[in-house]
Design a protein around this ligand. Structure first.
Ligand code: SAH
Length: 391
């Protein structure tokens, strides 16, 4: 919320909060509207340039407030156009943000925590342990930076009269460089509920990014109380990482299952969309060779989801060093998908994107410092190192 000089970061406030902040400065709350437009629509962060604010207010803001976002440190662009930014937070922690351009949309995958506490056995992020929650400004800041960067590129391209090489194609006819946001990067968003929902409110705000509720997807490993609260307060699209059809296997893959087993989780899913026709939960299902990909398990999955408004996303496992699982072969994935489809379940197989830059699901760990020293502990326990790059 405050930077090293103790200034308040305006990026960490939703519009109501910012209105209250202006009141505390003796100003009218509607100043928040003006500030939102400057920050999120003009990408202006220098108060001096905000010419519809009085000189006195501009000077005051420069003394007590700032607009602080993660610093862009590096970008990698994959052959398929997927790009990964390394962003540096004020305390030196790094996070990775991935843009997945498709013909008619561009999805930005953002993080909610540095590291993760859930310890899913197939996930690279789990290997670094939990470091800390991101605050709303750091979550919104990822979008702000990516959006700003893409806008800048587009303008440069226009200025250069089409001579510059455009590295990024605008999705379809949509004027926005980013059309969808998924909270599927590092961390468990529902274990950082307050900051994540505040960030989402800013993403939805018409004076900020103006995204619609359905174009924001929060992915959870199944934090049931968080799902219940979100359903009432801010029902964005929900994705649930299921990965198994029985509790014994799911306990191993997603240890959180011991707290919220499959039947409890599925009830929470039904409740989440209850009363909202046409809405579905997306179930993410990693395809792990010989572990969860048999015909019997496909049938079991179809049975489990019979009474849940669902669609299934089959995810090819992306290898993580020293993780014993293997990706299921394409024929197995197709057979699994066929069984689900025959049983009336909408199923898609997720394309792997950005493999060549390690930007795929579960691989967002990159140059993030391992502050918890979990890698060292694992090394001692197993005698082998894990793949964590420390900057
Ligand atoms: N904690 C949240 C969001 C982060 S994980 C959750 O569990 O949903 C985002 C998605 O990436 C999840 O579906 C997760 O299961 C998947 N994932 C993690 N490791 C992966 C890997 N190695 N290969 C493919 N997908 C992976």
């Amino acid at each position: 919320m405050t930077d090293s000089q103790n200034k308040t970061n305006l990026l960490s406030m939703d519009r109501d909060e910012l209105g209250g902040y202006f009141e505390s400065l003796g100003e009218k709350p509607f100043r928040a509207n003006q500030l939102f437009k400057w920050i999120y629509q003009s990408f202006e962060t220098d108060f001096e340039q905000m010419n519809n604010l009085s000189k006195v207010l501009r000077t005051r803001l420069a003394e007590v407030a700032c607009v602080h976002f993660p610093r862009l440190e590096q970008v990698q662009i994959a052959k398929d156009g997927t790009r990964k930014w390394l962003m540096r937070l004020h305390d030196g922690n790094g996070i990775e943000v991935v843009l997945i351009p498709e013909e008619d949309r561009a999805t930005l995958c953002i993080s909610s925590q540095v590291g993760c506490s859930l310890n899913c056995t197939f996930c690279a992020t789990a290997r670094q342990g939990f470091n800390r929650n991101l605050d709303a400004g750091e979550i919104v800041g990822q979008v702000w930076q990516a959006w700003h960067q893409l806008e800048k590129e587009r303008k440069e391209c226009q200025n250069a009269n089409g001579k510059a090489v455009q590295t990024y194609q605008q999705p379809g006819k949509d004027p926005r460089p980013i059309t969808n946001i998924v909270l599927m990067g590092m961390g468990e968003p529902l274990l950082n509920y307050n900051q994540v929902t505040k960030a989402i409110r800013i993403l939805l705000d018409d004076l900020a990014f103006g995204l619609s509720r359905r174009r924001i997807t929060l992915s959870t490993a199944g934090v049931v109380p968080g799902m219940q609260r979100l359903s009432k307060e801010l029902p964005v699209s929900l994705a649930v990482s299921l990965h198994a059809t029985d509790d014994t296997l799911r306990n191993t893959l997603v240890p959180l299952n011991k707290k919220y087993p499959i039947d409890v989780l599925l009830q929470a899913c039904r409740d989440y969309v209850d009363g909202r026709a046409r809405e579905r939960i997306t179930f993410e299902y990693l395809m792990l060779d010989g572990i969860n990909d048999s015909d019997a398990q496909a049938l079991e999955l179809a049975k489990l989801l019979k009474n849940v408004p669902a669609k299934v996303n089959l995810i090819p496992f992306n290898p993580v060093e020293n993780v014993p699982y293997k990706r299921s072969g394409p024929r197995r994935v197709n057979a699994f998908r066929e069984i689900l489809m025959q049983n009336g379940i909408i199923t898609v197989t997720r394309k792997t994107r950005g493999d060549d830059i390690d930007a795929a699901c579960g691989q967002l760990v990159g140059r993030v410092d391992d502050r918890t020293k979990r890698s060292a502990r694992l090394k001692t326990q197993s005698g082998v190192g894990v793949n964590i790059n420390v900057v």
